[in-house]
Design a protein around this ligand. Sequence first.
Ligand SMILES: Nc1ncnc2c1ncn2[C@@H]1O[C@H](COP(=O)(O)OP(=O)(O)OP(=O)(O)O)[C@@H](O)[C@H]1O
Ligand SMILES: [Mg+2]
Length: 449
Amino acid sequence: MSHILIVEDEPVIRGALRKLLERHDHSVAEAESVEQAHDLDPADFDLVISDLRLPGAPGTELMTRFPSTPVLIMTSYASLRSAVDAMKMGAVDYIAKPFDHDEMVMAVDRILKEKHISRHNDVMRADLARNWPVTNIIGDSDPMQALLDQVRKLASTDTSALIRGESGTGKELIARSLHEHSERRSAPIITVNCSAIAAEQLEAELFGVEKGAFEGAHSNQRGLAESADGGTLFLDDVDHLPVDAQARLLRLLEEGEIRRVGSLAGRKINVRIIVATHNDLAACVQRGDFREDLFYRLNVVELRLPPLRERGHDLQQLADAALERACERLGRPNLSISEEARDAMQRYYWPGNVRELENAIERAAILAEDGAISADLLGIDPSAKAPRQLADPQEELSLEDYFARFVLENQDQMTETELARKLGISRKCLWERRQRLGIPRSKQASSGG
Ligand SMILES: Nc1ncnc2c1ncn2[C@@H]1O[C@H](COP(=O)(O)OP(=O)(O)OP(=O)(O)O)[C@@H](O)[C@H]1O
Ligand SMILES: [Mg+2]
């Protein structure tokens, strides 16, 4: 359900429009003038539909009051001139009065859909730029067929799901596929990578902020969970979710309710939660980094993505598909993969799985001079069977010793950011190594950030 504000001085048109929108399951608020609309909270609306000519200020003024809400302008004159001016000032679209009902409904649907998509910052915009082959998941191998079977059964339900699999195996692809095959497909799927957003911002990004909740919170902000209303919220790297946000997520799962940071009032929303991780979430629970009750709520169904090296002939098919895409992008027709390269690919360990394969193929396509891609262009080393063998185990061990000692000796005096900087690694990497080596953050240090 979307919240729409109608600003129109003509009561008959206002009433008719309200009825029309309510029949299409939107909730509607009304104002007679720009001045009246000023008393309303911009964060409450997904769309403003306004007459251009109103008593007092013109409808285009609303764009300043509702800067992040699309404003659809109605104009009784249908004069190209005023409509064009309105568009120049930032209206998303205009519609001529008297409007046709279907035309209005279509314009509203389209704008809302675009808004859902363009809402929320770079996280999602980057997401959109990617081309998701959701409908053509490659996977004839037995383990993939078993997985896709599960996906088909699960898609039509509202059950939460936990997707596990090594990095680059297609966890997000499966999440999107679940969404695309569900009743929720006309609503958005919103993807949040919990390790890509700073821990201290994640809670506010996900659940929203009430004006005045903290310094700098100048207006009400809707969270990504709310933006996914009616659709799916996909949390990638869910093991990075901070404790406070874990509590809010649990509430959402149990009561279908979210509370913006700094607000006492709950809001009901309807989202399906899908989470993913390449770590062992049960182990995180055992270490006390992840709430046990939340884990059980999320882990209703576990989908496990097999690593690429266990997918048999899928690998060749994935490579061919990647090559076709790469050639198209590069404007290079007629490339193919040599037998020798195919053999090398089949023997390689692929620690980065499908994503690594796609990157290797793309790089090879750039470097290839003529028809066939040879093994050496792939830049892979098939003799390195397992990641262990990539580095000298002796050296690896002493580095890990050094890491553990450094962290233990300094964590009480340094923040995580400082520790990471001194070690020359990212915070995410620090966190992951802590998990791997079993050195959780000490209670004292964790409040420091
Ligand atoms: N079975 C498949 N068929 C076609 N493309 C695939 C398949 N599996 C993965 N891909 C492609 O591989 C890339 C990586 O997939 P995705 O981002 O879903 O992996 P991930 O497991 O979420 O990775 P990460 O662990 O880094 O979050 C994407 O470009 C995706 O389209
Ligand atoms: Mg992912």
